[in-house]
Design a protein around this ligand. Structure first.
Ligand code: GAL
Length: 367
C-alpha cells in the first residue's frame, strides 16, 4: 500500500512536470499579434518589415512576421500557423484581395481580430479594420504631376497600372483618372497605349468594370519585368506622333524605374515625365539623377504605428480609433487613413532626409 502510494505520487509529480513543460513550451511559441506581408521580392514590403521591427522593439506583446511570397496558398498557410500559435490579432496585407478572404474567414472563426494592412481584403465580412494611406490621393497626385509638367497640347500619355488582384490598383487609377480625364478631353493629352481607355475617355468617372477593362490592358502586375516588356511593346507599336515629349503614369517606383529605362533608351522620345510611388531608395536615387520625375512618399512608420496601435487597443479590450470606412464589396470596413506627400527633385532632401526617413549617406549627388 505504501509502495503504491509512492508510485502514485511519483506519477503525479511526473504528470505535473510534463504539464509545466508543455505550458512553458506553448508560452514560448505563443504569439499575440501575427503579421503577414505579401512578398520580399518588392522593396516596399521589406521596408515595411523593417519598420515593424523598429516599432516592435519596446512592446510587451509578442509578434511574428511572415511573408507570402506572392502566393495566396502560402498566405493561408501563414495565417493558419499564426492562428495555431494563439494570435489574438492578425495584421495582413493580402497578396490578392479576393483570395485572402478564405484565410481571414478561418482566423475570424477562431476569434482573431483581423486588420487589413495597406491593401483591403475584398468581398468578405471577415475584416474588422483597415489601416491605409489615402490611395485615391496617391493617384490624383500622380495625375496632377503629369498635368503640371505637360508641354503644350496633344502630348502622348502612356498609362500603366498595378495588379488587378490588388484593390489599391483601382483606387490609384481612379484618382489619376479623375484629374487626367478632363485634360484628355481638352486635348492636353492623347492616350497612347490603351484602346479601352480611348473608348472611355469621354467618361469623367468610371465604374469598377470599366476600370477593369482598362487595367486589363495596362497592368504591370506590380512586376518590374512585366512593366518593362509592356513599355517596350507599347513603344514598338507607337506611331511617330506618339513619341517626342511624353507623359507616363507609372503606378509605383519599381515599375517606374523599368518603364523609365525603356523610354530613356528610345531616341524618338525627346523627354518624358514619369510618376512613381513608395519613395523606394532606388527611386530616390533616380529622382536625384533626373531619371524619375516624382514619387509619392507614404510614411510607412505612420502606417506601422497605426496598425500596432490598433492591435494593442484590441488586445487591451478597447475600441480602436478610426477616421472613416471603406466598402470592400461586402461590408463597410472601419478604417484609419494617412496622408501622402509628393516628392520630386525640389523637396527630396527636406521630405526624405531632413525628416529622418533615410540617411543622406544612402544617396549620391544629393544637394
Ligand atoms: C500597393 C501598395 C503600393 C505598392 C504596390 C506594389 O498595394 O499600396 O505601395 O508597393 O502595392 O507592391
Amino acid at each position: 500500500m505504501k509502495r503504491g502510494l509512492k508510485a502514485i505520487s511519483i506519477m503525479v509529480v511526473v504528470v505535473l512536470l510534463a504539464m509545466a513543460a508543455a505550458a512553458c513550451g506553448s508560452s514560448a511559441n505563443k504569439v499575440d499579434v501575427g503579421i503577414v506581408l505579401p512578398t520580399k521580392d518588392e522593396p516596399r514590403w521589406v521596408q515595411d518589415e523593417q519598420r515593424f521591427k523598429d516599432a516592435l522593439k519596446g512592446t510587451n506583446y509578442s509578434t511574428e512576421i511572415l511573408f507570402s511570397q506572392g502566393s495566396s496558398a502560402k498566405e493561408k498557410d501563414n495565417v493558419d500557423s499564426l492562428v495555431a500559435k494563439g494570435i489574438k490579432v492578425l495584421i495582413i496585407c493580402p497578396q490578392d484581395g479576393d483570395a485572402a478572404a478564405a484565410a481571414v474567414e478561418g482566423a475570424q472563426k477562431a476569434g482573431v481580430k483581423v486588420i487589413s494592412y495597406d491593401r483591403l481584403i475584398t468581398n468578405t465580412s471577415a475584416v474588422d479594420y483597415y489601416v491605409t494611406f489615402d490611395s485615391v490621393a496617391v493617384g490624383k497626385a500622380q495625375g496632377q504631376y503629369l498635368i503640371d509638367h505637360a508641354k503644350g497640347k496633344g502630348e502622348p500619355l502612356y498609362l500603366y497600372a498595378g495588379a488587378a488582384s490588388d484593390n489599391n490598383a483601382f483606387l490609384f487609377f481612379q484618382g489619376a483618372w479623375s484629374v487626367l480625364q478632363p485634360k484628355i478631353a481638352d486635348g492636353t493629352f492623347k492616350i497612347a497605349n490603351s484602346s479601352e481607355a480611348v473608348a472611355l475617355q469621354g467618361n469623367s468617372t468610371l465604374t469598377r468594370d470599366q476600370e477593369s477593362k482598362i487595367i486589363g490592358q495596362i497592368t504591370t502586375n506590380w512586376d518590374a519585368n512585366e512593366a518593362k516588356n509592356k513599355a517596350q511593346t507599347n513603344l514598338t507599336a507607337a506611331a511617330a506622333d506618339m513619341k517626342g515629349d511624353v507623359a507616363i503614369l507609372a503606378p509605383n517606383d519599381g515599375t517606374a524605374r523599368s518603364i523609365a529605362d525603356v523610354f530613356a533608351s528610345d531616341k524618338a522620345v525627346t523627354s518624358y515625365v514619369v510618376t512613381g510611388q513608395d519613395a523606394e531608395k532606388a527611386s530616390v536615387q533616380y529622382i536625384i539623377d533626373g531619371k524619375q520625375s516624382m514619387t509619392v512618399f507614404k510614411d510607412v512608420r505612420t502606417l506601422v504605428k497605426d496598425a500596432m496601435g490598433m492591435a494593442v487597443s484590441l488586445l487591451d479590450g478597447k475600441t480602436p480609433e478610426t477616421t472613416g470606412s471603406y466598402n470592400n464589396g461586402k461590408i463597410d470596413v472601419k478604417a484609419k487613413q494617412t496622408n501622402v506627400i509628393v516628392v520630386d527633385k525640389s523637396n527630396v532632401k527636406s521630405a526624405l532626409i531632413d525628416s529622418g526617413y533615410y540617411p543622406a549617406s544612402d544617396f549620391k549627388g544629393l544637394q
